[in-house]
Design a protein around this ligand. Sequence first.
Ligand SMILES: [Mg+2]
Length: 230
Amino acid sequence: MVKLVLLDLDDTLLDTNMNRFLPHYFKALGEKLKDFLPPEEMIGLILKATRYMMNNRREDTTNKQAFDDIFYNELSVAPDIIDPVIEEFYEKDFPRLKIYVNKIPLTRLFVEYLFLKKMQVVIATNPLFPLRAIEHRLEWAGISDFPFKLITAYENSHFSKPNPFYYKEILDKCSAEPQYAVMIGDDEENDILPANETGIRTFRITNEDNYIYSEKGTLQQCFDWLKTIL
Ligand SMILES: [Mg+2]
């Protein structure tokens, strides 16, 4: 019996195409922060702090705290000077990146069905971004109005994908046992293997015919599969 459904966001519920999206995102962010550091150096610093955050293994440190340790330490600008500019970026500039992604028509119906079935639903997107950036993407996907049990963001998470502890933390927060949970995502390394390792059933959104590590198929096929198990 399934009670908890974990949903990856990018390239699962939203056609983000991360490889295309990220360069636009970093370019816009670098441009916004150019008064503090030349854009290329700023992006380098953000990537360095992101790598450090991804390797965070301290369960008393949120991903944001890990990121900030490197970011503010290496930047000779006080947080109260740069933070308002970063906040403004996520309020005003980030929404303009919407033009680089595509909505998936089935997504809303799919999520609606999960709530109809009384599932607890978690947006299990890699928590390397501020919540605000994830809220915008939920809006782009057409699902920002649902009462999700949890949206993993860098402020509230202590681990990131592909660390299995990321999935354990979600189960703990939802007081759920792994056998009652399902993880749906497109990425083998980040979504499927570590969730499997945690004991969570998985469905991979993929066109690969021969994929063997989980249930697999399109979002429509995932929908059909869920109807047989929920
Ligand atoms: Mg994804």
